[in-house]
Design a protein. Sequence first.
Length: 108
Amino acid sequence: MTTKFYVINCRGNISSVLSVTSLTNNLKTQIYLNPFNDKMTISLGQIEKDEYTLRIYDSQGKVVYSISDVNSSNQEILLNDLTFLTPGIYIMKLQGERNSYCSQIIKK
């Protein structure tokens, strides 16, 4: 069975996705723990130097979490309190001036 839901793609457009396996991970970083419970760490090892905004979108394309001024010279982003998110599939997007990186994340 294929589940249909809506997400924001890396270009900022809302698009219909037929299955979670059709999403590609173009995020040049590591995310752990994924799936996560209440916290998650994002290692920024290989992304281009820039100032980024981190956003997490729910399955309806709504921004449920956002941080501005993420400096890529920092090695990691630690998200300590994601207790407000309900279990499910989300899209995390790092948007810079020249680049954007997207990845699927799963809350247990």
